[in-house]
Design a protein around this ligand. Structure first.
Ligand code: FUL
Length: 476
C-alpha cells in the first residue's frame, strides 16, 4: 500500500512538473495573440450577404440601383440568429456594405443607404437589429465593409480613403464589440471609371484602435487570411497558421492561392486561414437557387475539411427577400447542427489513461492528462517529458470503437508539428490507421471504424519539442 501511495505521489509530482515545464517552455515564434486564440475558438460562424442584390438578383450590384429596391417586408434577425445557433455557429458576419455601396445602416457618410429607402419610412437599421439579436442569442457579431464602392462619388480619388475611414469609424463605434472585420480584396472601378488606391495601413490603424479585440480578415490578415478558394476547403492536410506577407498586397498582389491555402511553414507572422463558402451557388439570395442548397452531409464534409484542418469556417447563408432565412436553408442547417453536435458530444478519451511511451526513459512517463481533456487550448503538455519526443499512448479501460481523432497543438507556444502517425493495437501489433502532417489549431482525422484498447500517436517531425493542447476520440 505504502509503495502504491509513494508511486502515486511521484506521478503526481512529475505530472505537475511536466505541466509547469510545458507552460513555461520557450515559444516557437510566431505565436497567436490573445485575440487570435479567441478567434480560433470561434471555429464556425455564418456569413449573411444581404442588400439590394437580394432583390435585383445580382451578385455585384452596379451602385445605381434605386434605394427602394431594398424592402425586406418581414425582416427577422432573431430568426437568423436562432438558425445560426441551431447550426452550431458561434457568431455571424454581415455585409454592412457590399461593392454596390449600399449601407444597411443610416451612415452619415453616404447618400445610398436604407435611410434613402421607403423601408420602414427610412428609419430602419439592419445592423442595429442584427447586433442586438446576436447579443440576445449569445452570438459574436462581425462586419464586412467592402472597400470597393461602385456608388460613392469620391471613389477613385484620395478623399475616398477619408470617407472609408469615417464610415469605418462610425461602424466600429456604433454596434458594440466586434469579433471580426472582413475586408474583401476586390478593387474595381467606381462611378468615375477609376480604381481606388486603398490606404489599408491607415484603415488597419483605425480598426485596431477602435476594436482592439476584433480580428481583421483579408488576403494578408493581419488577423486571419483568406484560404485562397471560395469552396470552404483546406485542400490538403497541410495548413500552417504562419504566413509571409512581405512584398505582397491585398487583391491582385496577394500570395498565390495555394500559399494562402497551406500557409508558409517558416512564415514570419501568425495569420491563420479562414475558409469561406456559400450554402448556395451564389453569395446573395436568388430564388432559382432554392433547390441548390447544400445538404447537411455536404456541410459536414466541408466542416471536416476546414475546421477539421485547423482553419475557421465562415458559411454564407443569404437571407431571402422577406428578410428571413429561407426554409430550404434552415432545414439543412438545423440537420447539420444536429449531426455536428451528435458527432462530437462524447469524447471517448475522457475514459482513458494517456501516457508517453517511455522507451528512452524506460517507463510510461505520465503526461498532464487533465490538461489534454479540459477543452482549454491554453493548457496542455509536452511530448518530450524526458528530453526526447515520445509517442503518446491512449489506453482505454475496455475495447473501444471509434472513427475520428481530434488533436490540437498547444498553439500558445506556436505551431510545431510537421508530421505524425496514428496507430492502433490490433491482433497483437501496432497498425497504422492515419498519417498526416500539420495540426496547428486543430486536426480532425477520420478513418473506418476501428475497435481497440490502445491508440498510439507518434510525432515524426517537428520544428521544436511538440506540445499538445487537446485530444479527442469520437465515433462520428
Ligand atoms: C468576394 C466578393 O466579390 C463576393 O461578392 C463575395 O462578397 C465574397 C465573399 O467575396 O470577393
Amino acid at each position: 500500500m505504502a509503495r502504491i501511495l509513494y508511486t502515486l505521489l511521484i506521478i503526481s509530482i512529475l505530472t505537475k512538473n511536466i505541466h509547469a515545464q510545458s507552460l513555461s517552455a520557450t515559444p516557437q515564434f510566431p505565436v497567436p495573440t490573445a485575440e487570435q486564440i479567441a478567434w480560433h475558438e470561434t471555429e464556425f460562424y455564418l456569413f449573411f450577404h444581404f442588400g439590394p442584390n437580394t432583390f435585383t438578383n445580382l451578385e455585384w450590384g452596379h451602385g445605381t440601383e434605386p434605394e427602394d429596391v431594398f424592402n425586406p417586408a418581414a425582416l427577422d434577425c432573431d430568426q437568423w440568429c436562432r438558425v445560426a445557433k441551431q447550426a452550431g455557429a458561434k457568431g455571424v458576419i454581415i455585409t454592412a456594405k457590399h461593392h454596390d455601396g449600399f449601407c444597411l445602416w443610416p451612415s452619415n457618410y453616404s447618400k445610398h443607404t436604407i435611410r434613402e429607402s421607403k423601408w420602414r419610412h427610412g428609419k430602419g437599421d439592419v445592423l442595429r437589429e442584427l447586433s442586438e439579436a446576436c447579443r440576445r442569442n449569445g452570438l459574436k457579431f462581425g462586419v464586412y465593409l467592402s472597400p470597393w464602392d461602385r456608388n460613392h462619388p469620391k471613389y477613385g480619388t484620395p478623399e475616398y480613403n477619408d470617407v472609408y475611414v469615417n464610415t469605418l469609424t462610425e461602424l466600429l463605434t456604433s454596434y458594440g464589440d466586434l469579433f471580426e472585420i472582413w475586408w474583401d480584396g476586390a478593387n474595381g472601378e467606381g462611378p468615375n471609371g477609376k480604381k481606388q488606391v486603398y490606404d489599408f495601413h491607415r484603415f488597419e490603424k483605425v480598426a485596431a484602435g477602435l476594436q482592439p479585440e476584433a480580428v481583421i480578415f483579408s488576403d494578408l490578415g493581419p488577423g486571419c487570411r483568406w484560404a485562397g478558394n471560395e469552396r470552404g476547403l483546406i485542400e490538403s492536410e497541410t495548413n500552417w497558421c504562419t504566413l509571409d506577407t512581405a512584398g505582397f498586397q491585398r487583391g491582385n498582389g496577394a500570395p498565390p492561392t495555394d500559399t494562402l491555402n497551406r500557409g508558409n511553414e517558416t512564415g514570419a507572422l501568425w495569420i491563420p486561414a479562414e475558409c469561406d463558402v456559400s450554402i448556395r451557388p451564389g453569395w446573395f439570395y436568388h430564388p432559382e437557387e432554392d433547390s441548390q442548397v447544400k445538404t447537411p452531409e455536404q456541410l459536414f464534409e466541408i466542416y471536416l475539411k476546414s475546421v477539421g484542418r485547423g482553419a475557421n469556417l465562415i458559411l454564407n447563408v443569404p437571407p431571402d427577400r422577406n428578410g428571413r432565412i429561407h426554409a430550404q436553408d434552415s432545414t439543412a442547417l438545423i440537420a447539420f447542427g444536429k449531426k455536428l453536435k451528435g458527432a462530437f458530444a462524447t469524447n471517448l478519451a475522457a475514459k482513458s489513461t494517456i501516457a508517453a511511451e517511455g522507451a528512452s526513459c524506460n517507463f510510461y512517463a505520465p503526461v498532464d492528462q487533465s490538461a489534454l481533456l479540459d477543452n482549454d487550448i491554453s493548457t496542455g503538455c509536452s511530448l518530450s517529458p524526458c528530453g526526447t519526443t515520445l509517442p503518446l499512448i491512449i489506453s482505454f479501460k475496455s475495447p473501444t470503437v471509434f472513427n475520428a481523432l481530434l488533436l490540437k497543438e498547444l498553439i500558445v507556444k506556436g505551431q510545431r508539428i510537421k508530421e505524425f502517425k496514428v496507430e492502433v493495437w490490433k491482433s497483437g501489433k501496432w497498425q497504422e490507421i492515419a498519417h498526416s502532417n500539420t495540426i496547428g489549431a486543430r486536426k480532425i482525422l477520420t478513418f473506418p471504424l476501428v475497435k481497440t484498447r490502445k491508440v498510439r500517436i507518434t510525432v515524426l517531425a517537428a520544428k521544436a519539442a511538440p506540445m499538445l493542447g487537446e485530444i479527442g476520440v469520437f465515433r462520428i
